[in-house]
Write a protein that binds this ligand. Structure first.
Ligand SMILES: [Zn+2]
Length: 461
């Protein structure tokens, strides 16, 4: 019976697919989607001074909410004698200490809003990697978080001329069965390419496919865009049409990479900043390479040694998100860094701009048997598989073979190992491309500067 139901769903989806992308998401996705979308539009050309007035009232709302709904912020605000009901200036935020990931991990139960405590069905659990090798768990609204993220991406991509009527090529971390090189999703009007086997031969086939389909928009990681661009540089086998945009995220874009990709792919690279905790996002500027902070998501500070950064300075991104009512985080330290724009541009009146973002995204890569690179961002898992793991680290000495070193935590059992294999194995592509074995260790390898590495890569380039 279930099988029949699934089949019906598939058939309905197939019939509906050509019509689906004709109807704008704005009419498909309901109130939560529309309210964020409208808000982002409303902020677009609003003078900064006016945005700031709105920020005060939005920050005040979330401060009061956190005080009334969570044991953690009630206790903290009382202890530091911070009264959210009289909040009237963003400078007053400096009185509240930054909420660190360690605190979130230790006090997770006290950070969940009372009204969600008994409604676990409305929450979803998310994990995110930090700079210490331990996953942090937090909770967010199950349905609405996804809708907001759809609204944000639609808003952002539309600025660069994309809408779902147009085809998009996605080269991120999609696992495609049977070693095929691509897979079409007619419903989403997207063509997903297999990122695990990017040999010259396969990239050649992908380029031929792109030339045939004339896909104007790409959604990818900077590292995959680099692989494609480098192939084009070496072989001269390039795109025979002019794409419109490459949307990139989840990794740092290092100096020179933007120019390199733009030169060989023949279009502009747009990079945006976001993080799983959804405390703030920064989209792109159409006229410059800097980022624009999007105030609809949250209030965002850039802090260095306890002080707000000035133009040209680099500091930690500290966010107070407006949208997570399950687990509000006030002045959350993201461990990501941004540099405040030093130049005054035409955007300065309406936007807070960042010249650069240095994410906590690990830079390391694993290498498959034929040299394809799998960035750590593609392996990063958002589930509970590391719940009983104290620390983990991939180690690679030979192409196509990697080990996952695990330091067992309390309650670790065989079931955990099964879960790890189950969730991570597919992210490494086909086993003929990458052998993967879990092994147990006393501790992970620490490198001299104390920074944690997710992958110890011993293959010399
Ligand atoms: Zn700008």
């Amino acid at each position: 019976m279930k099988h029949l139901g699934d089949m019906m769903k598939k058939i309905i989806k197939m019939i509906a697919a050509p019509f689906y992308h004709v109807i704008p998401n704005y009419y498909l996705y309901g109130k939560v989607y529309r309210s964020l979308y409208d808000e982002l539009k409303r902020y677009e050309n609003m003078p900064l001074s006016q945005k700031e007035i709105l920020m005060v009232s939005k920050v005040k709302d979330i401060l009061i909410y956190s005080y009334e709904q969570t044991a953690y912020y009630k206790e903290l605000f009382d202890r530091i004698q911070f009264d959210p009901y009289v909040f009237d200036d963003l400078k007053q935020m400096a009185k509240i200490p930054i909420t660190r990931r360690e605190t979130v991990m230790e006090r997770i139960d006290d950070l969940i809003a009372q009204k969600y405590q008994l409604r676990s069905k409305r929450m979803s659990k998310v994990t995110t990697a930090g700079t210490t090798g331990k996953q942090m768990t937090f909770y967010q609204e199950k349905r609405n978080t996804g809708l907001r993220s759809e609204a944000y991406f639609d808003y952002l991509f539309k600025k660069a001329g994309y809408n779902k009527n147009k085809k998009m090529a996605v080269i991120r971390n999609t696992v495609i069965a049977n070693g095929r090189l691509w897979q079409r999703d007619r419903f989403k009007n997207k063509l997903y390419f297999n990122p695990f086997n990017l040999t010259d031969e396969n990239i050649g086939k992908i380029i031929a496919c792109l030339n045939k389909e004339q896909i104007l928009f790409f959604h990818t990681y900077p590292s995959h865009a680099m692989t494609l661009s480098d192939y084009i540089r070496r072989t001269g086998n390039s795109l025979t049409y002019q794409p419109k945009a490459i949307f990139a995220s989840s990794e740092n874009l290092y100096q020179g990479q933007r120019e390199f990709i733009e030169k060989y792919m023949g279009c502009k690279v747009y990079i945006h900043y976001g993080h799983s905790e959804n405390g703030c996002v920064a989209g792109w500027c159409l006229n410059s390479d800097h980022y624009h902070v999007e105030e609809g998501f949250g209030y965002c500070e850039v802090i260095s040694e306890g002080e707000p950064c000035k133009a040209g300075e680099l500091g930690e991104i500290v966010t107070t998100g407006f949208n997570n009512k399950v687990m509000p985080l006030i002045r959350y330290g993201t461990e990501d860094y941004a540099r405040i724009s030093s130049s005054v541009s035409e955007c300065s009146e309406t936007h807070r701009c960042w010249d650069d973002v240095n994410g906590r995204w690990p830079r390391e890569m694993l290498v498959t048997v034929n040299g394809s690179k799998i960035p750590m961002s593609a392996i990063n898992v958002h589930s509970d598989i590391f719940d009983h793991v104290r620390a983990y680290q991939f180690v690679q000495e030979e192409k196509g073979i990697c080990f996952l070193n695990i330091v067992k935590g309390e309650g670790y059992s065989e079931g955990d190992e099964e879960k790890l294999y189950h969730d991570i194995r597919p992210k490494l592509g086909d086993s003929s491309q990458m052998e993967f074995t879990i092994q147990y260790v006393e501790d992970v390898i620490r490198i001299p500067n104390g920074k944690y590495k997710y992958i110890i890569q011993k293959i010399k380039e």
